[in-house]
Design a protein around this ligand. Structure first.
Ligand code: MRU
Length: 369
């Protein structure tokens, strides 16, 4: 996507000697735009866990590149399998909820084991990582194509008034290499001249909505308004939201969806008020091995300081301040699970379907064995 006069992806590899993985530093946005350079498994691990790199498809891509760096770090071992299996476990452990990470790491492992024997192990790993990036970009483009008619249909009934979309967290291009999932149909609608307006939920505790989605939409010129998370129910109740579009970190085969904490409450409010609620994601976010999201999805718990403190910019300096009494205990669950029965539909690269095992099975028959 365009930033200033340049086109960026949120991750890319500089094939120098040694190679360098470049990522947009999502910790710094929106206060400054910077690129972070990563040159080892350890550095990539840290960037994923401190959320310099974040968002389900993007951490998948970063994990895949980490496997490539692991092949380089293995050096000329006769049989690097042990080293790579340990690296795969280590990288996958970094953030437990988004399934894209372990899925991408396993994909690279498979390609190393089954790929062209005429290629070196690093060559096979690199090819697999680059393939994942291209596939995720393609997935987002397709998601945009499938989601656009939903926005067009709502617009057709609104007599030129904007389609009000509520979103949560950041499921934009920063989180997905390019285009984004939730943002793909929004950007397409905006480009097509369909009037859209996005309610951007701030997404405490880390404020990915306020910091990242607001920045992205601003860069693209899409009309948007930032709201405190707690405002969503009020807007939905008063007819100020036409559709809720949220991302996904792990969907189950029956269509339960884990996404950023706070998503479930928005789904409840949408259901109560008959507002369509869609989760938007590529198949790399589906864990076909599990059915019951509430019971089976491991919800990441992060440092309590993310709740007890808040950071922002003051006088040109980024500062963190405590927002509660000293030593107040805090709990920081990073995700929640929205059960399939609250979801109107899933927007994927293969099309839109109901959040229902049979429907998902029809769309992804190759993944059900
Ligand atoms: O903790 P984060 O910021 O990585 O969480 C991200 C989300 O919950 C996104 O909504 C999700 O990854 C979808 S990104 C296309």
């Amino acid at each position: 996507m365009q930033v200033g006069d340049r086109n960026y992806q949120s991750i890319w590899l500089e094939r120098s000697d040694p190679p360098v993985l470049k990522v947009i530093d999502q910790q710094k946005l929106p206060f400054s735009f910077g690129i972070c350079e990563l040159g080892s498994v350890e550095e990539i691990w840290t960037a994923i866990s401190d959320m310099t790199v974040r968002g389900a498809p993007l951490i998948g891509a970063a994990g895949a590149f980490a496997m490539y760096f692991a092949t380089l770090e293995a050096g000329p071992l006769e049989d690097p399998r042990n080293h790579l299996q340990n690296a795969a476990r280590y990288i996958s452990s970094c953030r437990p909820t988004a399934v894209n990470l372990s899925m991408a790491v396993n994909h690279v492992m498979r390609k190393i084991e089954e790929g062209d024997p005429g290629k070196t192990v690093p060559e096979k790993a690199l090819e697999a990582a680059l393939e994942i990036c291209e596939k995720e970009k393609e997935n987002c483009r397709e998601i945009g194509r499938h989601g656009l008619p939903l926005l067009q249909d709502i617009s057709n009934k609104k007599d030129g008034r904007p389609v009000n979309i509520l979103t949560h967290c950041n499921a934009g291009w920063l989180a997905c290499i390019d285009y984004g999932t939730v943002t793909a149909p929004v950007y397409l609608a905006h480009e097509a001249g369909i009037p859209v307006h996005v309610w951007v939920s701030e997404t405490r505790p880390r404020n990915q909505g306020a910091r990242l989605t607001a920045w992205e939409l601003g860069q693209a010129g899409v009309p948007h308004t930032l709201i405190a998370d707690n405002t969503a129910g009020h807007l939905i109740q008063h007819g100020m939201v036409d559709i809720v579009l949220v991302g996904c970190d792990r969907a189950t085969r029956r269509g339960d969806v884990a996404n950023k904490i706070g998503t479930y409450l928005k789904a409840l409010a949408a259901r109560e008020n008959n507002i369509p609620f869609y989760s938007v994601f590529p198949s790399t976010s589906i864990d076909f091995g599990i059915a019951d999201g509430v019971k089976e999805i491991h919800v990441e718990e992060r440092a309590p300081e993310e709740v007890t403190e808040i950071s922002g910019i003051k006088g040109g300096e980024v500062v963190s301040v405590r927002i509660c009494p000293d030593r107040t205990p805090a709990a920081n669950y990073a995700f929640d699970v929205t059960p399939a029965n609250l979801i109107t539909g899933l927007i994927t690269e293969k099309g839109i379907c109901r959040a229902d095992e049979n429907e998902i099975r029809k769309m992804y028959s190759d993944k059900f064995k």
